[in-house]
Design a protein around this ligand. Structure first.
Ligand code: GRF
Length: 186
């Protein structure tokens, strides 16, 4: 069975959906959770599901050659689910087309440096977009520029706030991310 590592910095609701999905169908093992923040909700989720986790200290991702940790744990595939640090080149080189990220907008729009979390949804609503959505893409050396694997859209109403937009997009993420990972791995 393929083993994945999930990297997350925030609340980890996407990580939770992925854990639930693969606990249900047993096609993939979530073998490691990595976070750069001790307070990240994803740490509690890992503990609850008995999944090994690793909290990165500042600078450790770059200095530790973390690719060797992933290799030692026989990780086949890396999932970035709200991970805010840049993935160093040793990991990108070791996992060509085997690292995916989820972005809460329709790339190539609203991507790049600084475009994360609520910044994205505020920018989408400020531009009066009629739709937003989510993008799953491969990770390369530049933020949000790896090739797109899947996108899903949601309609925005003129009255929608950034919070409404975030809620609609997150629902799409929860619905499609785990299924996409499963398709890529099987
Ligand atoms: C998601 O919107 C994801 O697209 C973005 O960060 C958010 C993470 O949410 N990269 P969560 O931590 O999975 O709840």
């Amino acid at each position: 069975m393929k083993k994945i590592a999930i990297f997350a910095s925030g609340g980890g609701s996407n990580a939770q959906e992925i854990i639930n999905h693969f606990e249900r169908n047993g096609t993939v093992e979530v073998a490691l959770i990595v976070s750069n923040d001790t307070d990240s909700g994803v740490v509690v989720r890992a503990e609850t599901h008995d999944i090994p986790f690793y909290i990165l200290n500042k600078g450790e991702l770059e200095e530790l050659e973390f690719s060797l940790v992933l290799e030692a744990l026989e990780i086949d595939f890396v999932v970035l689910a709200g991970f805010l640090k840049k993935i160093p080149s040793d990991i990108i080189e070791m996992y060509p087309n085997k690292i995916v990220n989820i972005h809460p907008a329709l790339l190539p729009n609203y991507g790049g440096k600084g475009m994360y979390g609520s910044n994205v949804h505020k920018a989408v609503v400020a531009a009066r977009e009629k739709e937003s959505g989510m993008t799953i893409h491969y990770v390369n050396a530049n933020y949000d520029e790896g090739s797109i694997i899947e996108q899903h859209k949601t309609e925005l109403l003129p009255t929608d706030t950034a919070e409404d937009c975030a809620r609609k997009v997150l629902a799409l993420e929860h619905k499609f991310f785990a299924i996409c990972i499963e398709k890529l791995l099987n």
